[in-house]
Design a protein around this ligand. Structure first.
Ligand SMILES: Cc1ncc(C[n+]2csc(CCOP(=O)(O)OP(=O)(O)O)c2C)c(N)n1
Length: 278
């Protein structure tokens, strides 16, 4: 059940907190894929605090909604979000990416409480989401599966096979969110492997498409998720959300150098001050 009492203002505050936790976790880890974690932070918070039917006290509830972080390298955003949502204490994030920690640079569903799917090798999450949605239909379960993809990830051909299957099997219980920050590991998507007209590609594959002009604006994030949750078509839904890589930190925003990086204490202080102003 969508939590109607969780307001946009409350979610904005939580997104600020998550961004600070991402910076702190990256400092503890020594380095991390911080840019794509910051672009995805608003959707992660909205999903975990308002939309997903989940219970941190009962991680394996059979009828829970599922979430797959297909862009698994953004674990430094996802795992602190699970902590913020109450799956485990924040103190445990101090071990992030350390030897023997449950928390690596990519999420491991056998070790991270609340994590439904191990990811990291790009291009697999949507296919796994298709399988979960088919399984839910066969078992007459009504839960939804949400898959978050990177736009650079959408260079992978397997994404398009999954898109085709989702329409074929009328998976109206599947929601894909593409974090369209325009950057990948080594440049702009449109220079490395152009995707445009991107939303039209999803439409051509038969999806119900919602385009979001600012996926870091919590009101727009919630409007798009309201629409997705109220999907009255028999089609799977794709939210194509324009975001900013490194969102919230002046020296990171829209700079491919911050796909992955290390943050020293001086840079961390600047980041916290920038985030406070959001
Ligand atoms: C199959 C595969 N190939 C290459 C990589 C290495 N890799 C990690 S992140 C990344 C770029 C992904 O770009 P995008 O999906 O746009 O992520 P974001 O900008 O949201 O961080 C690549 C190529 C990988 N993880 N998996």
């Amino acid at each position: 059940m969508v939590k109607k009492d969780v307001t946009v203002d409350k979610l904005k505050e939580l997104a600020k907190q998550l961004r600070k936790d991402i910076i702190q976790t990256t400092v503890w880890a020594g380095s991390g894929h911080v840019g794509g974690a910051m672009s995805a932070a608003d959707y992660l918070v909205a999903l975990y605090f308002k939309y997903l039917n989940i219970n941190p006290k009962d991680c394996n509830k059979p009828d829970r909604d599922r979430f797959i972080l297909s862009k698994g390298h953004s674990a430094v955003g996802y795992i602190p979000c699970l902590s913020l949502r109450g799956y485990f204490e924040k103190d445990k994030l101090k071990t992030f990416n350390h030897f023997m920690s449950p928390f690596g640079m990519h999420p491991d569903s056998l070790k991270v409480p609340g994590c439904d799917c191990s990811t990291g090798s790009l291009g697999h999450g949507l296919s796994i989401g298709v399988g979960l949605c088919l399984g839910a239909k066969l078992q007459k379960q009504t839960y939804k599966t949400v898959v978050m993809l990177g736009d650079g990830e959408c260079c992978e051909g397997s994404v398009y096979e999954a898109m085709m299957a989702a329409k074929h099997y009328k998976l109206d219980n599947l929601i894909a969110i593409v974090d369209r920050n325009g950057l990948m590991i080594d440049g702009r998507t449109e220079d490395v492997m152009s995707l445009e007209p991107f939303a039209d590609k999803w439409r051509a594959f038969g999806w119900n498409v919602i385009e979001v002009s600012d996926g870091n604006d919590m009101q727009q994030v919630c409007d798009s998720l309201d629409q997705a949750w109220n999907n009255d078509t028999s089609l799977p839904t794709a939210i194509i959300a324009k975001t900013v890589k490194g969102k919230g930190v002046s020296y990171m925003e829209d700079d491919v150098k911050w796909h992955y990086g290390a943050i020293d204490s001086e840079k961390a202080e600047i980041a916290y001050a920038d985030i406070e102003k959001l």
